[in-house]
Ligand binder design. Structure first.
Ligand SMILES: [Zn+2]
Length: 225
């Protein structure tokens, strides 16, 4: 299930789209200046810089903008999360688990009500089966080489989600994911929805296999910018 929100009316977006395409073309002629500044500050080589595009400097992929873009994601999500929490009816059985910076699957499975869903061992066993089918990213290679035997289970425990809501009475756990994306392209909602599902497929898959009496559902919130 996906909850999708797009900001602005259709007409406005159309106008913005053509404006952005012009901007995109103009900016693509040069290397990304934000990435260059970030690399120079770290004393690293500025060889092979990516093209500077509107999309790039608005994404966490840009080395100079990553901190700002991530901060914007967290700030908007916190507001949305708090609003949902505040809108709960008094008789609602849904509990929102507050996720701080340190929360990942490992810290979540130290909490008592999660341990009642299934044990850490049961979950790890199912997670291993799924994690080995997911590619080791380039940025994870050093970590993998350090200990290939435990890499997959450790990667599972380090996975984090933007939010978790649990209904103990109905035995349902909702995994919440928030994505902020450029909305220049028509299909951005579907693209981001699919990306979010791919991102959490080992969490959902392992939980479904480890705790057969429970239901697990991912809810994605996609917003345009
Ligand atoms: Zn950049």
């Amino acid at each position: 299930m996906a909850v999708k929100e797009t900001i602005g009316d259709g007409g406005g977006r159309k106008y913005a789209n053509s404006q952005f395409s012009d901007l995109n073309r103009k900016m693509q002629s040069a290397e990304c200046r934000q990435c260059r500044i970030a690399r120079e500050a770290r004393g690293e080589s500025t060889d092979g810089l990516a093209d500077e595009t509107h999309g790039r400097i608005n994404s966490a992929g840009c080395e100079g903008m990553a901190t700002t873009v991530t901060a914007a994601h967290h700030s908007i999500w916190r507001h949305l999360h708090d609003s949902m929490h505040a809108a709960q009816k008094p008789n609602s059985m849904l509990k929102f688990v507050t996720l701080d910076k340190e929360s990942n699957m490992s810290t979540l499975w130290r909490r008592e009500h999660f341990l009642r869903i299934c044990s850490k061992e049961q979950l790890a066993e199912k997670a291993q089966d799924i994690e080995v089918t997911i590619k080791v990213k380039k940025s994870q290679e050093a970590w993998y080489n350090l200990d290939p035997g435990s890499f997959f289970v450790n990667r599972f425990w380090s996975r984090r989600q933007d939010g978790v809501a649990i209904n103990v009475a109905l035995k349902i756990v909702y995994i919440l994911e928030f994505k902020r994306s450029t909305d220049r392209d028509e299909g951005f909602l579907e693209v981001k929805d699919a990306e979010a599902n791919e991102q959490h497929k080992s969490i959902i898959g392992a939980l479904q296999a480890a705790a057969l009496e429970w239901e697990f559902e991912q809810i994605n919130f996609v917003v345009g910018k």
